[in-house]
Structure formats: C-alpha cells, structure tokens
Write a protein of this length. Structure first.
Length: 133
C-alpha cells in the first residue's frame, strides 16, 4: 500500500538527492516531507528557543550524525515567525561554518499543503564547512 509521493518539498528533495554527500539537517516543518521524498539521511534541526542551547545542539547533531548539509525554509523563518528558531539564525549568521550553496523555489499545485501553509516556498541549502582535524 502506498499513497504515492508527497508533493511538498519535492523539488528541493531532488536537489538534495543530487548532492555528493549524505546527512542533512532540516528544520522541523519540512523534515517529514524530505524524509519521504529524498534518499538522504534527514535529522531534524534542534528546536530550542535558547540561542546558546540551539547552537550547542546544532553542533552536536552535526558531529554525532556526521551531517553535511542544512535545509531551511523561508516561509517558516520569515512569514510564520510565530516561534523563535535560534538554530536557523545560527546557520544564517555563520558563513564560515555554513556555506549557502543553493536556493530552490517551489510552487505547489492544487493547494496540497495544509491551510497553515501557502502553496509556494523558498528553500536554502547550506553545506556544512568541515574543519580539518
């Protein structure tokens, strides 16, 4: 039994699948669709409202799970804005650790997303800059 592909995050999932390495840190709102639509390991971006804890949890997730990319959504970050997401700010504010490599715009057909979300979004894919040991 299968329901077929989930259309949300379909295009960004294809871009992620084409990346060289495995291991993606994705914000919570989009992680389920990415798990379903791509063939990479997906770990949910830490959700602590405390900036220091968010930084620590993000770095810990990257190291423990050997992650190589981060994906965040413009809609969640900018338009919903109902909850702080310090881990997203940490990623955006540290280009020495997270290098923006791709921006993906998606427009969805026939309003498949819930009434909380709109029918388009912009996703930002960052490569995690690895330090030599």
């Amino acid at each position: 039994f299968t329901l077929g592909r989930i259309e949300a995050c379909d295009k960004v999932a294809s871009v992620i699948d084409a990346l060289a390495y495995d291991g993606v840190l994705a914000e919570g709102l989009i992680s389920d669709a990415l798990v379903y639509n791509c063939h990479k390991r997906i770990v949910v971006l830490p959700r602590s409202p405390d900036p220091a804890v968010a930084r620590e949890q993000t770095d810990l997730s990257i190291n423990v799970f050997d992650l190589n990319y981060v994906v965040i959504s413009e809609f969640w970050k900018i338009e919903l804005g109902i909850l702080p997401y310090p881990a997203v700010e940490y990623i955006k504010d540290n280009p020495d650790k997270f290098r923006l490599i791709k921006t993906v715009y998606e427009k969805y057909n026939n309003g498949i997303r819930s009434n909380i979300l709109r029918d388009d979004d912009t996703f930002y894919i960052y490569e995690i800059v690895k330090r030599k040991k």
